[in-house]
Design a protein around this ligand. Structure first.
Ligand SMILES: [Fe+2]
Ligand SMILES: [Fe+2]
Length: 318
């Protein structure tokens, strides 16, 4: 019963304070003056596309018994809005740097209308095909048959959010772009709250629930894939894992720290999902040295497009 479950997360405070990401403090004009490596751009494009895809993940969640819990749905309503702005942040950053593939429509005055990158987003969703559209069915059936299925979704969400924010820290480590560092540190603040919600939900639902813990553990081992898998190709997932997590002891420690934190959820002791992903990517690269190399950054447009007025409006309204 939800009323007897203690959730260690202040949902009232989160809903009251949830807002659009404010990036008005960034020096947008400074972005094209610093270099991004091929790996930096690959990482940012991956992050942009997956942040933008969050609303589709929401569809899957709402098809389950998660939709019955008013605290969960209040969180999801704010979460999906915040994630939309994360996608827009990466989109605007890359365009300010001079990268927009494919070229997107502009307003008559040269500004980019929201949502940005509708062509790219539509293309990604089109390529997913029927298999991805039917992926909602196992969630619906699993949720209907198993009361603990929601604990799986909450745990999955915790892993995704922690992987995301760890990936952003690793990109700060790998990239020398000072404005990107500032933007990522600001986005990480949001991701920490998202992770805290999912972890609190997962812990509450699996505490004193060994049967649920065994089920979630078994389903994660059988079904879990890294954030972005299914939307991105296997090689793209490996490219990101190799660039951010397999390049150095610091990267590997980032991967292990995710596993250690997730292993603190009851029933998940000793799981090494992220380290296993990195190990498999390293092994595929070892067998094929050309596997999962970040693509060359395309020709940048010059001069860089004008800064984005919607971030500036945020500052004026504050
Ligand atoms: Fe995000
Ligand atoms: Fe998030």
């Amino acid at each position: 019963m939800a009323s007897r479950r203690l959730i260690d997360f202040d949902i009232d405070k989160y809903v009251r304070n949830s807002k659009k990401l404010d990036l008005s403090f960034l020096d947008w004009d400074d972005i094209p003056r610093h270099e991004l490596s091929d790996g930096d751009v690959m990482s940012m494009q991956y992050m942009m596309d997956i942040e933008t895809h969050t609303v589709i993940y929401l569809r899957d969640l709402l098809a389950t018994r998660a939709a019955k819990d008013p605290h969960v749905t209040a969180f999801l309503a704010c979460w999906v809005y915040e994630e939309l702005w994360h996608g827009e942040a990466f989109s605007d950053f890359l365009r300010s740097y001079g990268l927009e593939v494919p070229v997107e429509p502009r307003l008559p005055d040269g500004r980019t209308p929201l949502p940005t990158r509708p062509r790219r987003t539509a293309q990604i969703r089109e390529q997913l095909g029927i298999g991805h559209r039917l992926a909602i069915l196992p969630s619906m059936i699993g949720s209907a048959l198993m009361p603990d299925f929601i604990a799986l979704h909450m745990t999955w969400g915790a892993i995704n959010e922690l992987t995301t924010l760890t990936g952003y820290y690793q990109l700060i480590r790998r990239s020398s772009h000072p404005v990107l560092h500032q933007m990522l540190r600001r986005i990480i603040q949001d991701e920490r709250r998202h992770f805290a919600f999912y972890r609190a939900q997962a812990k509450a639902r699996l505490t004193d629930n060994p049967r649920g813990g065994r089920l979630v553990r078994w389903l994660l081992k059988a079904l879990w894939t890294p954030v972005g898998a299914g939307v991105k190709s296997d090689e793209e997932v490996d490219t990101l894992a190799l660039y951010l997590l397999a390049d150095s002891p610091e990267g590997l420690e980032g991967a292990r720290s995710i596993d250690r934190t997730i292993a603190e959820i009851p029933g998940l002791e000793g799981l090494t999902l992220i380290e296993d992903v990195v190990d498999r990517a390293v092994e595929r690269r070892r067998r094929n040295p050309l596997w999962a190399i970040p693509p060359r950054v395309p020709q940048r447009t010059s001069p860089a497009p004008p800064r984005e007025p919607h971030w500036v409006h945020t500052a004026a309204a504050a």
